[in-house]
Structures are given as C-alpha cells and as structure tokens.
Design a protein around this ligand. Structure first.
Ligand code: DLL
Length: 449
C-alpha cells in the first residue's frame, strides 16, 4: 500500500520542480531567521537569490553536527519558543547532546513520513502495531507512534525492555507489525524461543527495523525466527527522526527517500564532491519543509549510495542502500578502513555462527590487533557438546578449528584484514534491551586518552 501515492509515485521532473521551490523558500527563511546560518552563508559568499533550484545546491555550505553543538541548545532554530510543540535530543554520550525541535507542521510531516514507511513495510489501517522503539528523548518511539496513528493502525506503545512482557503483549493482543531495532528484534525472538513459541504461532507478519546498521544475515535470522518479512527504516533526529527513508516490502532492496521533504546527496567524505549513483559516500540531507530546525546540506556521516532506478512497488522515490556505518564508526586497523557491518557480513557467510559478535581492537607495540568474538549457532554448539560428552574429543576439536578457520578466512577475503577469532558458546555476549547495540570495544582509544 502507498500512503501518499500522488507524492510517492510522482514523475521526476515534477518532483524536482517541487524541491526547487521548497529549496528557494528554505534558503530565504534560514537566511532571514537564523543569524548563525546567515553568517555562514555570507562567509561562503552565497545569497538566497543565488539559489534558483536544486541544481544550485552545490553552492551551499555543509552544516555539521558541530554546528548544532556550537549553538546548543536552540541556536539553529528558525522559530520562536512559543511556536514549538516538542523537543527531542540525543543522549549526549559523546559530547553535548544535539537538540531538535518541532512545530505542529513538523509533527504533521513526521507522522506522514512514518506512515509512508509503515505502509511501505506492509502495515495497513486496522492492523495492530507493537512499537518497541524507546519512548522519550529518542525520536524512534514517538515518531513511529504518530506514523501508526496517521495510517490508522492500533498502536501499542510498548517501548523497550521487559522482553518477557513484550512477548506476552504480542501474543495476547495479536500484533501484526513489530517496530524496534534489529538487535532488539533478535532479543525478542530469543524470548519467543525460550517460551517454546514457534515462529508459525507468532501473529507478527511484518517488522520495520532500523536506528542502527544491520545486514542481510540478520534479516534472514529476524524473518525466520519471528515469521515476518522485515524491512529497513532509516532516519536521524537532526533531520526528523525515523522516516527519512524506508524499504518497500515488495523489493526490500534499498530505502525510498521521502524526497519531497528531504533532499539527498551522496558526497565524497574527503572532498565533499557530489558522487553519482552507485558510488559510496556520505549522505547529505537538506530539509525542504522543516520549520523549527531547517538544515541546509546536513552532513549525516552515514555511508551509503543512491539508486535512481525504478522500483517494482511503483514508487518513484530514489533509493539509498543500507547504511554501512557512520564515518565515525569506521575503524582503521593497520591502515585498512573497516566498518563493523563488513565483519558482520563476513561472519554471516559462516553457517556455524549465530549473528552475535563483538570486536575488540587493541594495539601491541605499534601494531593494531583485531579480535572478533563470535557466538556459535545453537545447533553447532549442541553437536560439539555431544561430541565432547561421548568423548569424541578429536571430532569436537576439528569442528571448532574448522569453524574458526572459516571465520578468519571470510574476514580476510571479504574485509582484507587478518583477525583472531574467538568462538563463544551461545548467549555469551550481552543482548540488546531495545537501544542501539554497542559492538566495538576499542582499547586504543582508552590508551590514547
Ligand atoms: O535512530 C532515528 C530512527 C529511529 C531511525 C527508529 C530508524 C528507526 P538517531 O538516534 O538520531 O535517530 O540516530 C541516527 O542512527 O545517523 C545512523 O547512523 C543510524 N541509523 C538510523 N537508522 C539506521 C538504519 C534514529 N536503518 C543515526 N541503518 C543515523 C543504519 C541507521 N543506521
């Protein structure tokens, strides 16, 4: 189902016209109302009259997270306090929190883009939506909540945590759609298994998961263990929250960007030069309709690429590939750039492993060391245990050694670095309680600082 077909299936030329008109208005508003932005535009030598349409976008300077931090809390807002209805903020674990605000118009857009995502992912009016994104300063819970209501779904505001209760609510209420982070979807599926509930007994049909990077291996695991068709949903609070882009259930191949509200570019992380379709770089977004916090060419730090080809679902909205990670999540190990999702994808090729892992990075002398802790699948662990119990120690040892070698080879071949793999028994690594998972321990940072 397409929530707003007149927009989502719009022809490209009409869309560019709409975007251009909105861009002109945005630049004038920001210039008039936000002194900090006016100074930056002046410094870059750009006047609102220089921006006639989307083709002039490149003339505008990038806005970065540091601009939000430097003007903490409300310095980039284009509206007076009295015109705001809501504030969200990041947790601020890596510095000052970034604070974002919404007018009633912004909240309406927020609801609509999330409704488009829910409809794209298989949601329908009247279906029951179990929303296990966190409610609070995080945009996930309230954004999806509003989207569900805008689509006409029945929303259960479950929020995160208390997984046993989540499972009971899903079963008792007959939830058809689940929204949560991919790692929490796996935690929920584990709880179902623990309670002896088979995937075919679970009423869920669809899942919209996002807020953190995930891979196709994880998708397979989520789908098979919950009996759903899971789709990706992407967004960031600076731009609006969830609903910047979403996968359609028909293709599940790239996320359609809500381009009437968010103008997307992918740029070279080093030069800032705009890249063509298919080339990976940093996603940069200009908010076309945001009233409280309009942002020009916001540098998301997320690595992706664009795809303007037609999609079988009928939407003409451009797609972006799954986000590989943030530039600030990138590890440099012995000079090689490594994203945790690349290791995740490599481990996914090793059938004997479960999709739970942790990366431990350390330095011995001047040499970086990468240790990958990976959990064995329950089946392989059971096989090894039974070999040990029947004193077939050699077989058990051989199996362990071959899994380890397979994992090390997969990492070497797919990521281009050597790593030491440590195999763990199932359920050893900490599980998500609903928030974003932390999969990297970089001891070099502790040493440095
Ligand atoms: O995570 C908004 C959201 C909520 C998106 C619920 C989807 C679902 P922030 O907390 O501001 O907002 O974090 C934004 O999370 O820049 C990405 O690095 C990452 N991220 C979000 N969605 C995805 C995704 C919400 N689908 C940051 N895949 C972004 C990969 C994602 N990374």
């Amino acid at each position: 189902m397409i929530f707003e077909p007149e927009i989502e299936t719009m022809e490209h030329e009409a869309l560019v016209e709409l975007q251009s008109a909105r861009l002109r208005e945005l630049v004038s508003t920001v210039y008039e109302r936000v002194p900090y932005q006016r100074e930056r535009l002046d410094a870059a030598g750009v006047k609102p009259s220089d921006i006639r349409g989307v083709s002039d976008l490149w003339k505008l300077p990038f806005t970065r997270k540091s601009d939000l931090r430097d003007t903490y809390p409300f310095g980039l807002f284009a509206k007076e306090r009295g015109e705001l209805l809501r504030i969200h903020a990041s947790s601020g674990t890596t510095g000052k929190p970034t604070v974002v605000g919404y007018t009633s118009g912004d909240l309406e857009v927020f609801g609509k883009v999330c409704a488009r995502a829910l409809a794209g992912g298989g949601g329908r009016p009247g279906m029951l939506l179990h929303n296990a994104y966190g409610y609070g300063l995080f945009t996930g819970g309230l954004g999806i909540h509003q989207g569900g209501e805008a689509l006409g779904m029945i929303v259960v505001p479950a929020s995160t945590g208390m997984t046993e209760r989540q499972v009971k609510l899903i079963m008792d209420f007959g939830a058809e759609v689940l929204c949560c982070t991919p790692s929490y979807a796996l935690t929920i599926s584990r709880e179902f298994a623990k309670q002896g509930i088979e995937p075919c007994e679970i009423p869920l049909q669809h899942a919209l998961v996002g807020a953190e990077p995930w891979t196709e291996t994880m998708r397979e695991e989520i789908d098979s263990s919950l009996g759903v068709k899971s789709v990706n949903i992407y967004g960031l609070s600076e731009i609006i929250g969830p609903g910047v882009s979403f996968e359609c259930v028909e293709e599940r191949h790239g996320s359609h960007i809500n381009e009437d509200h968010f103008l997307a570019e992918v740029v070279d992380p080093d030069t800032g030069e705009v890249l063509p379709d298919g080339e990976e770089g940093v996603l940069v977004i200009t908010t076309l309709t945001k009233e409280a916090l309009p942002l020009i060419r916001y540098w998301t730090s997320d690595i992706t690429s664009l795809d303007h080809s037609r999609c079988s679902c009928g939407r003409t909205l451009t797609r972006m590939t799954g986000v590989k990670g943030r530039t600030d999540d990138m590890l440099i190990i012995r000079g090689v750039n490594v994203y945790p999702t690349q290791i995740e994808a490599a481990l996914g090729r090793v059938g004997a492993l479960a999709p739970y892992y942790r990366l431990l990075v350390d330095r011995s002398g001047t040499l970086d060391q990468l240790e990958v802790e990976a959990e064995l699948s329950k089946e392989v662990f059971a096989e090894i245990t039974s070999d040990f119990l029947s004193e077939e120690i050699v077989e058990a040892d051989q199996l362990l050694r071959s899994v380890k070698e397979d994992a090390q080879r997969a990492i070497r071949d797919n990521v281009g670095i050597s790593a030491r793999v440590t195999l763990l028994e199932p359920d050893r690594l900490p599980r998500s309680e609903g928030g974003k998972s932390q999969r990297v321990v970089d001891k070099r940072k502790v040493l440095a600082g």
